[in-house]
Design a binder for this molecule. Structure first.
Ligand SMILES: [Fe+2]
Ligand SMILES: [Fe+2]
Length: 207
């Protein structure tokens, strides 16, 4: 029954290059309410839209970046609205935004000072990383939830975020030497795997 997911899981591994197959915070689906899942998801989408807007503001002179990210803002906001609609449809409420230790840990890895190119590279790879891991999370939800409708719901998000992951890497390659992008991306992958592992060791859940 889940054959297409199996095939895709190979692809996901090959394409995304994530060092650990799943985010342990998303493993224990049974312990989470749908309201929590959808609330956390809604804020992820909102943050993605906000971050794209702030990248456009910060790098307004980089025309290709502006052109590439403008429609992503609309798309991510559309995702937020889809999740919101799903909550309301089910008589659930958008809860409070929670502290995201995963994203905070990733932010700490970004180059703060130094050359603009290095900072731009990290901003784009940070987004690629979050998109790749979101894709992985949604894959997990699309496989792990009992509700058939929700499995399909999450599968569509999964495909969309996979496209965004690619877009951020390609954008980095437009402005920065490909070798440099690849080298730094590998550092990001290693760092992210450490975060996932430390969250797992501490037994953190989604939030
Ligand atoms: Fe999204
Ligand atoms: Fe996205």
């Amino acid at each position: 029954m889940h054959t297409p997911h199996e095939a895709l899981s190979q692809d996901t591994k090959a394409i995304l290059g994530l060092q650990l197959p799943t985010d342990p915070r998303w493993v224990n689906l049974a312990a989470m309410s749908l309201e929590e899942v959808l609330t956390d998801h809604a804020y992820c989408e909102q943050k993605a839209a906000i971050t794209c807007i702030s990248l456009i503001q910060r790098y307004s002179r980089r025309e290709e970046l502006v052109i590439a990210l403008a429609p992503i803002v609309t798309e991510e906001w559309g995702h937020f609205r889809l999740v919101l609609a799903e909550l309301h449809k089910r008589g659930l409420k958008l809860g409070q935004q929670r502290k995201d230790e995963y994203v905070n840990a990733l932010l700490a890895f970004c180059q703060k000072g130094g050359d603009e190119e290095g900072r731009l590279l990290d901003q784009l790879l940070l987004m690629a990383m979050i998109e790749a891991r979101s894709c992985e999370r949604f894959k997990r939800l699309s496989e792990g939830l009992n509700d058939d409708y929700l499995r399909k719901f999450y599968r569509r998000f999964m495909e969309s975020e996979a496209g965004h992951y690619t877009l951020f890497i390609e954008l980095a390659e437009k402005y920065i030497d490909k070798e440099k992008v690849r080298k730094r991306w590998n550092e990001w992958l290693k760092y992210e795997a450490q975060i996932i592992q430390s969250l797992e060791v501490r037994g953190d859940r989604l939030h």
